[in-house]
Design a protein around this ligand. Structure first.
Ligand code: TMP
Ligand code: ASP
Length: 242
């Protein structure tokens, strides 16, 4: 039904193609590549693209149950997904339920501290600058968002998505430690959840043992990166019945 056209953009985890005769859509192909630390560290494992495509599909289908506006249209193969074309808002919208990663480091705190209220952070998507942390006023200065109201909307959507995903992963026996979202505007200006939600963009720890199932296994050379991603998919499949 959809026909892949030319390559528009190659990212770290996906290739984006145009779709023949459909200006309103893009074709996303999930790659086996893994990068970390602004692509200074590179790796890959066979089947990673497929696992991420399957996990992202399952999560978009789950969020659709709650009418979360998003760009997902259809998954058409093991590694290919068709999405609505959006203008990406150049912000990484981070939500943290437990302290870990860059924020734990910044405040010199142990990872794994449960946060009473989820922390919401914006990072400016700019590889040349190394995706710096920014506050709301800086986001407006950089024209990353069009208004305070738009930033508020991103925060509200991220908080709502966190509510649903926290519960989903909890049922799957995983703590959703933190995650990164990206949003875009469709041709009518409506804000949609975009990009992907996968173990590349989340921290997921086993509820009982705190074992890591996400990209930190790659970032920190913990081994068995493939088993982590496969574990996330198996657990999600069980709880969603997909
Ligand atoms: P951080 O602790 O390194 O700031 O990362 C927070 C969350 O965001 C973590 O789940 C990983 C995810 N993330 C991305 O998806 N892309 C990125 O470029 C970075 C830095 C983090
Ligand atoms: N995703 C980022 C990169 O590939 C950083 C990270 O996730 O650690 O550079």
């Amino acid at each position: 039904m959809f026909e892949k056209n030319e390559l528009m953009y190659e990212g770290k985890g996906k290739k984006i193609f145009s779709v023949k005769d459909r200006d309103d859509l893009v074709w996303m192909q999930f790659k086996d590549d893994l990068t970390a630390f602004n692509a200074e560290k590179k790796g890959s494992f066979e089947g990673k693209g497929k696992l991420n495509c399957q996990i992202a599909t399952l999560i978009f289908n789950y969020l659709n149950r709650f009418q979360i506006p998003n760009h997902f249209v259809e998954t058409i193969s093991d590694v290919d997904m068709v999405s609505k074309k959006v203008e990406i808002i150049p912000l990484e919208v981070i939500v943290r339920n437990w302290l870990a990663g860059s924020t734990a480091k910044k405040f010199q705190r142990e990872e794994g501290e449960r946060l009473e209220t989820p922390l919401q952070e914006f990072f400016y998507k700019d590889d040349g600058l190394g995706d710096p942390f920014i506050n709301d006023e800086q986001a407006l200065y950089l024209k990353a968002a069009s208004s305070m109201e738009e930033l508020q909307q991103l925060k509200l959507m991220a908080r709502e998505i966190n509510g649903y995903l926290f519960k989903l992963f909890d049922e799957a026996g995983l703590k959703l430690i933190d995650f990164k979202l990206e949003f875009g505007r469709d041709s009518s200006g409506k804000i949609l959840l975009a990009d992907e939600i996968t173990p590349d963009s989340c921290r997921l720890w086993d509820k009982e043992t705190d074992e890591k199932f996400d990209k930190d296994r790659f970032r920190r050379d913990l081994g068995d990166v493939d088993k982590g991603y496969a574990g996330v998919f198996d657990r999600l499949k069980k709880v969603t019945g997909e």
